[in-house]
Unconditional design. Structure first.
Length: 378
């Protein structure tokens, strides 16, 4: 099975949502206050309602196009309130998001998972109480996760500084060694980073972003310099830009106020990152350090779920046990590919290895996708 085939196979299975939980496949118009149906195609993004009252909103997104798509709800300044990725043709996924403040928002479908998306205006009316204001356990969950984000953000800044210093000093071997280490802290908290508009493509955009009219900067530009092209005259300047963008991110990440549903959605988004990038070898295509990122995404997902664990345990103890089992299975598989303090090059894995990893991520993604449902219960 080729890498592309693995990606398609995983996309075709992992995004299926349980009928009993998510009501997949329902095409009838939702009742007022119920799930908001979204019909995504290659050319359109039809949202059944373009206004809702503040509170917990549920979008039920069906992909009727020919390409894998994503769905987003944006606040002002392209701040991401919530997203669902990796929606294969013919399948449905839910986005459950808490929007406590009224105002103007935007919905967006992204056929092919590229570009700014097919956008539409969406209005939220009134204001509502936040989950963290009425549920002590959910409030503690967000505080606990924020402490985790802060610790990872600090480490990201420290290690990125070391990486940048090595690049600027022309120490290629040292920079190569620091590249996957510094990215570990980025990958653990990437959903938080993605919520701040264009910071993500600046720091983590692959060369493909050029097709979207963006400049190729950040970690992957320097990765190509180090492993393929050799350091260039502008590599030091690119390194400085990376450090400036990471510094900007760290400040914003420490100030952001997260909702419990953002934690739950972020846990699934990190597994989607594995399914759409790491499992194919596309992410770190020059260095082949994908397994470092793979492990970090899983660790970040597990940290978000761990913060919510007291709530999930109280409301669905069986789900907690399943999550523990599936996380352990993925982590156990990854340990097979250890090399010293890191991991083997992704190119050393066989197609059979990749298939087993893909199936384990699929098996983990299903219960993680149910955490938002549990957190949204009243």
């Amino acid at each position: 099975m080729s890498l592309t085939s693995v990606r398609v196979a995983l996309a075709g299975v992992a995004v299926v949502c349980p009928l009993a939980l998510a009501g997949c496949g329902g095409d009838s118009p939702p009742a007022a206050g119920g799930p908001i149906a979204v019909e995504a195609s290659d050319e359109a993004c039809k949202v059944a309602r373009t206004a809702a009252d503040a509170g917990t909103l549920t979008f039920e997104v069906t992909n009727k196009g020919s390409r894998v798509t994503e769905f987003y709800l944006y606040a002002e300044g392209d701040r991401i309130m919530g997203e669902v990725e990796n929606i294969a043709p013919g399948l449905t996924r839910r986005l459950i998001v808490e929007v406590s403040e009224g105002g103007k928002y935007q919905t967006a479908c992204k056929p092919g998972m590229q570009g700014n998306g097919i956008r539409g205006e969406f209005t939220v009316n009134g204001n509502s109480g936040r989950q963290v204001d009425t549920d002590a356990k959910l409030a503690e969950a967000t505080r606990s996760y924020q402490r985790y984000v802060n610790s990872q953000a600090d480490a990201l800044l420290t290690k990125t500084t070391e990486f940048v210093d090595a690049v600027k000093a022309g120490k290629v071997d040292e920079a190569k060694a620091l590249f996957p280490v510094s990215r570990t802290y980025w990958e653990r908290i990437e959903p938080v980073a993605e919520s701040f508009g264009d910071i993500d493509p600046k720091i983590d955009g692959r060369e493909d972003v050029v097709e979207e009219g963006l400049e190729f900067t950040g970690f992957h530009r320097l990765e190509k310099d180090l492993w393929v092209d050799g350091l260039k005259a502008d590599s030091p300047a690119m390194a400085d830009r990376l450090l400036a963008d990471v510094t900007d991110l760290v400040g914003k990440a420490k100030a952001v106020e997260l909702t419990p549903l953002q934690l739950a959605n972020g846990a699934k988004e990190l597994l989607d990152e594995v399914a759409t990038g790491k499992i194919t070898g596309e992410e770190d295509r020059y260095s082949h350090t994908d397994l470092w990122d793979f492990k970090a995404n899983v660790e970040g997902s597990q940290a978000a779920v761990a913060a919510l664990r007291p709530v999930v345990q109280e409301r669905d103890a069986a789900l907690t046990s399943t999550l523990d089992e599936k996380f352990a299975a993925v982590n156990g598989l990854l340990e097979r590919y250890r090399a010293g303090e890191g991991f083997k090059a992704y190119t050393e894995l066989t197609e059979a290895d990749i298939k087993v990893l893909a199936e384990a991520v699929d098996a983990l993604g299903e219960p993680v996708s149910r955490v938002a449902e549990v957190v949204a219960q009243k």
